[in-house]
Ligand binder design. Structure first.
Ligand SMILES: [Zn+2]
Length: 57
């Protein structure tokens, strides 16, 4: 099981879809049992969505 600090380091690659399947599985496992990181991931996703929209204009 990875730690929260490791998840933070992996989350960008995770969202970019460039994380190896094995690593992605470990992130998913961590998220399933960690409300803090689930909220963190949602926050990062929202930020990326905002930045993406800003970049379209
Ligand atoms: Zn966590």
């Amino acid at each position: 099981m990875i730690r929260c600090r490791e998840l933070v380091e992996l989350v960008t690659a995770y969202l970019d879809g460039v994380l190896p399947a094995q690593e992605r599985e470990r992130v998913d496992l961590h998220l399933a049992g960690c409300d803090g990181c689930t909220a963190y991931l949602a926050q990062i996703r929202a930020t990326i969505a905002v930045l993406g929209r800003a970049g379209e204009s």
